[in-house]
Design a protein around this ligand. Structure first.
Ligand code: NAD
Length: 475
């Protein structure tokens, strides 16, 4: 076995910092430890928060234009180091190299796009006697906590929001995927003034310390619903602002007028990209009974021809599940599905050998109350459910505590749009899924989250509104 890499450090006030404790990072394609990095204690967290608080005094005074220029430099660093970062991302996360490259490019583009958005003071009233203005001020130190499925993309949104609006940040990646974020931080050392961006790797406890820390004004959290609830409860102790981007159980409703052959590849990609480990992946497909059998066959054909393997192999379309705990969970859902008597049309066999692999699995004729339909599977297994009446399909799509996003697919986009508007979600798409952009708000309804990321709405959630109300007469 090769000696694990260990060229990783935290970033605190522009310095590379290490810790007494270490995290071991596993390559999910092999199941072996390939790297180690430091794991922060409360001492490093205190240092990072103090550094961010010091840096805030100057950073908050910079103009939006100055901060936009620095965010553009961050985007350039992402592009300049795209190859190196993407390879590290594939090693720790598992996704195919092409998708890892896309993630880095997307992080750069989204950051630039968000830093273009103007934040202007608003005049609410201006007449002979009064002027009332609404201005926006940064909050202070923002704590950013990210998950393991898309560590760079999911850091870039909150980070740009926080820094562009004049806050400073302490960023903590998932203990399963800390390395690409730490390496990016190293490349960003010269880009941000010391203390504006601090990055600490650590376990779940570090996240909990951040949510309770009195020096942090806001938490931007992306992860599971269960942890999101803990974050909100802990943040209540100091009344921190929170943005919570949590899990989803997205439904795609396929109407009776589609061509199953044409729509199947699009549905397949939106379900299985990153092996289904995407918050807004399609997790339930509701197909009209007229096209049900043909769509099931077309999806199964897609699944059978998809190439699964190590993300480093250029032919790979689907990588492994990211970690052992998630692998066991998904296999538990698969076993429950098999026991329930549902039909497994493709996949479903756990391959022998190393790594956390499960081939793309398509399931038909499954009960609505099964685990696969009710829970967020977050893995490469998707149920196809039959409906006759569109009202029934909408009711079933909405019958969940999740409300991240959803989609409706039809030959007639306007017919689909009317149905999409009835989905109780943050984003309802027509004839597409997973389409987001820097200027469009994204976030969850119901238990899929609180607040929105991206867009002017998202940026303003990193700021405190202040009313300046002037009575135009001498005191
Ligand atoms: P997770 O909730 O287990 O962990 C997310 C992060 O929270 C990690 O950095 C972890 O160390 C940290 N953490 C754990 N316990 C904590 C605590 N008590 N206090 C503070 N931080 C704590 O989630 P995960 O398994 O890494 O990610 C998968 C989940 O993320 C899925 O549910 C997925 O849908 C969701 N997700 C949502 C979005 C979105 O934009 N809505 C995007 C990507 C992923």
């Amino acid at each position: 076995m090769t000696v694990p890499r260990s060229d990783f450090a935290h970033l605190i006030e522009g310095e590379s910092v290490t810790s007494d404790e270490a995290l071991e990072v596993i390559n999910p394609a092999t199941g072996e430890v390939f790297a180690r990095c430091p794991s922060a204690s409360p001492v490093e967290l205190d240092r990072a928060v103090a550094a961010a608080a010091r840096a805030f005094a100057d950073w908050r005074e910079r103009s939006f234009e100055e901060r936009r220029t620095v965010i553009r430099r961050m985007a350039r660093v992402l592009r300049d180091h795209q190859g190196e970062l993407a390879e590290l991302l594939t090693l720790e996360q598992g996704k195919p190299l092409g998708q890892a490259r896309d993630e880095i490019a997307r992080a750069a583009a989204q950051s630039e796009g968000m830093a273009q958005i103007p934040i202007e003071p608003e005049t609410l009233l201006d007449d002979d006697t009064r002027r009332i203005e609404l201005r926006y001020y940064p909050l202070g130190v923002v704590g950013i906590i990210t998950p393991w499925n898309a560590p760079i993309n999911l850091a870039a949104g909150p980070l740009t929001s926080a820094l562009y609006t004049g806050n400073t940040a302490v960023l903590k990646p998932s203990p399963y995927t800390p390395l690409t974020t730490l390496k990016l931080a190293e490349h960003l050392r010269e880009v941000f003034p010391p203390g504006v961006l601090n990055v600490l790797a650590g376990g779940d406890a570090l996240g909990a310390w951040m949510t309770a820390h009195p020096g942090i004004a806001k938490i931007s959290f992306t992860g599971s619903v269960a942890t999101g609830k803990n974050v909100m409860a802990s943040a209540a102790g100091t009344l921190k602002r929170v943005t919570l981007e949590l899990g989803g159980n997205d439904a795609a409703i396929v109407l009776d007028d589609v061509d199953p052959q044409a729509v199947a590849p699009k549905l397949f990609f939106a379900s299985f990209v990153n092996s289904g480990q995407v918050c807004m992946a399609i997790k339930r497909i509701y197909a009209h009974e007229r096209i049900y059998d043909a769509l099931c066959s077309a999806l199964a054909a897609q699944a059978r021809k998809a190439r699964m393997g190590s993300g480093l192999d250029p032919a790979t379309e689907l990588g492994p599940i990211q970690n052992a705990a998630q692998y066991e969970r998904v296999i538990g859902i698969l076993e429950d599905t098999r026991r329930s008597g549902a039909r497994i049309l493709a996949g479903g066999e756990v391959p022998a050998g190393r790594g956390y692999f499960l081939p793309p699995t398509i399931v038909a004729d499954i009960d609505e109350d099964s685990r696969l339909v009710q829970e967020e599977q977050f893995g490469p297994i998707v149920p196809v459910l039959k409906y006759r009446d569109i009202d029934d399909a909408v009711r079933r799509a909405n019958d969940t505590r999740y409300g991240l996003s959803g989609s409706v697919w039809s030959r007639d986009p306007e017919r689909a749009a009317a149905i999409a508007a009835r989905l109780e979600v943050g984003t309802a798409w027509v004839n597409q899924h997973r389409a987001t952009s820097a200027t469009v708000p994204f976030g969850g309804a119901k238990e899929s989250g609180i607040g929105r990321q991206y867009s002017v709405l998202g940026l303003k959630s990193y700021m405190e509104p202040r009313v300046i109300s002037v009575l135009k007469q001498a005191a």
